[in-house]
Design a binder for this molecule. Structure first.
Ligand code: ZN
Ligand code: MN
Length: 469
């Protein structure tokens, strides 16, 4: 009989917060494109005798994230020192949070395999500082260190092992990225290292009998997964490897750390995992604990922006379809266009949703243009073909004139002239200004489809033609 296995995955996600200054000093937090070791000071490079001062905005962003994820915000929190040696951490310890983080618990809903929505429980959201960056020049026997990144505010989000498959882990990361961008605490770009993921995976053997002890593989932690794709691939590789090696599962619960090689799509052993006691955590003596009042927590809640799920519901309520709303909330540009169209009347807003989601060339146009187009599309029941032409040309009126066929233009101008003989006579007798009235009539009769210039030309042609003839 074949054995049945179940997969358990937990994620630890590190998020660089986009504050102006670093976590414990005044250094610029944007090191993008700057020379190595130029955005540093004695505090962030860990010189003895310096004093850290916590960045208030970073703490608020962490609490905001906790609130967005449904976490509880404890009244008292503190920072701790986490000791380890690494060349990119000159202090010999990282200021992090151990037992009193800024946010506890919470959950994030993800779509699982069968499109069912499931909730992944969170353990905590805490705040710490990033380390520097090591690089290893090709062909050399040494490494070089850049401390520009040292001291960047780093938020860590830890899930419970509720994730059941590599695909679900990928979904989780995507959903989290949407929320982080939405509440504007991070650009959350995985390629740029704003969002970095460590994943824990273990396999359990499903046993029917209660008496049988549940068998479990080692717990493997895969470090530094820096794209959605790699996270899923590395987990899929480990899931298969652990299942295949069932006969070699250890008696005792063990933890190992593995790295992912994106060239071969395999993982390799790095080290036996540290236990928290190895870090010798103790409270950071230079930063007193934080005590928040109920009122402060309440204020942060009130100031928090609407969540993507709420925003999506709003869109659906305004008539936009479920599937279009799904696409819109994941796209910053689309969200911006829709936000600018807040006052648009219902049908036009629905049209706008369809245009930005389905029309390829919509992105080339300014939001105001698209909003005007949506209005026009509704009031004049434009076909999608016409909408496409307008998007291509970038001019609403231009294409409409092309569409107003010569026959129709002739008919309208002739009708207007025969209905207004007095005006025609006045023009003939030299009162040329009266032509403006006739132009207005033509435009009105064509529902705005005939441009003023064309109307003037056609009218003049006829009146002068009659004069001459
Ligand atoms: Zn600094
Ligand atoms: Mn961490």
């Amino acid at each position: 009989m074949s054995k049945k296995f179940k997969t358990q995955i937990g994620l630890e996600i590190h998020v660089q917060l986009k504050t102006k200054a670093k976590m414990f000093c005044g250094c610029d937090n944007d090191a993008q494109g700057k020379e190595p070791n130029t955005v540093i000071c004695p505090i962030c490079i860990g010189m003895p005798g310096t004093l850290p001062v916590a960045n208030k905005t970073a703490i608020e962003m962490t609490i905001k994230t906790g609130l967005a994820l449904g976490s509880k915000i404890p009244k008292v929190s503190k920072f701790d020192r986490k000791h380890y040696f690494y060349p990119d951490l000159p202090k010999g310890y990282q200021i992090s949070q151990y037992d009193m983080p800024f946010a506890r618990g919470g959950e994030l809903e993800v779509k699982s395999k069968n499109e069912k929505v499931k909730s992944v429980r969170l353990n905590r959201v805490h705040l710490e500082e990033d380390a520097g960056k090591l690089s290893h020049p090709q062909g050399s026997k040494y490494s070089i260190v850049d401390l520009n990144r040292a001291g960047t505010p780093l938020m860590e989000i830890v899930t419970e092992p509720d994730i059941k498959s590599p695909a679900e882990a990928r979904e989780f990361l995507k959903e989290l990225q949407i929320i982080l961008r939405h509440i504007a605490v991070s650009d959350a770009d995985m390629e740029k290292g704003h969002l970095r993921c460590d994943a824990n995976i273990s396999i359990k053997l499903k046993v029917k009998s209660e008496k049988l002890k549940e068998e479990m593989s080692e717990i493997v932690e895969i470090k530094n997964l820096n794209s959605f794709k790699f996270a899923e691939k590395a987990l899929a590789y480990e899931e298969k490897r652990l299942t295949d090696e069932y006969s070699a599962w250890p008696e005792k619960k063990t933890k190992v750390t593995r790295g992912f090689d994106s060239k071969t799509n395999t993982t390799f052993i790095q080290r036996e995992k540290e236990e928290s006691k190895d870090y010798r955590y103790f409270p950071e003596p230079d930063i007193p604990p934080f005590i928040m009042s109920d009122q402060e927590i309440k204020n942060l809640k009130v100031g928090a922006p609407a969540l993507p799920s709420q925003k999506k519901q709003e869109l659906i309520n305004s008539g936009i379809s479920q599937s279009e709303a799904d696409i819109i909330i994941k796209n910053n540009w689309m969200l911006k266009v829709i936000r600018l169209a807040e006052n648009l009347e219902t049908n036009a807003k629905i049209r706008l949703g369809k245009i930005i989601v389905h029309e390829k060339n919509a992105k080339k146009q300014e939001p105001e243009f698209l909003i005007d187009l949506a209005k026009k599309a509704e009031s004049e029941t434009l076909s999608s073909d016409k909408i496409r032409k307008i998007l291509n040309s970038g001019s609403i009126n231009l294409v409409l004139d092309e569409d107003a066929e010569p026959d129709k233009i002739n008919l309208i101008v002739d009708t207007v002239l025969s209905e207004n003989p007095t005006a025609v006579e006045k023009i003939k007798s030299g009162k040329v200004k009266v032509i403006g009235f006739l132009i207005g009539q033509v435009i009105e009769k064509s529902n705005g489809k005939i441009e003023p210039n064309i109307a003037r030309d056609e009218i003049t042609k006829r009146i002068e033609g009659k004069n001459g003839g």
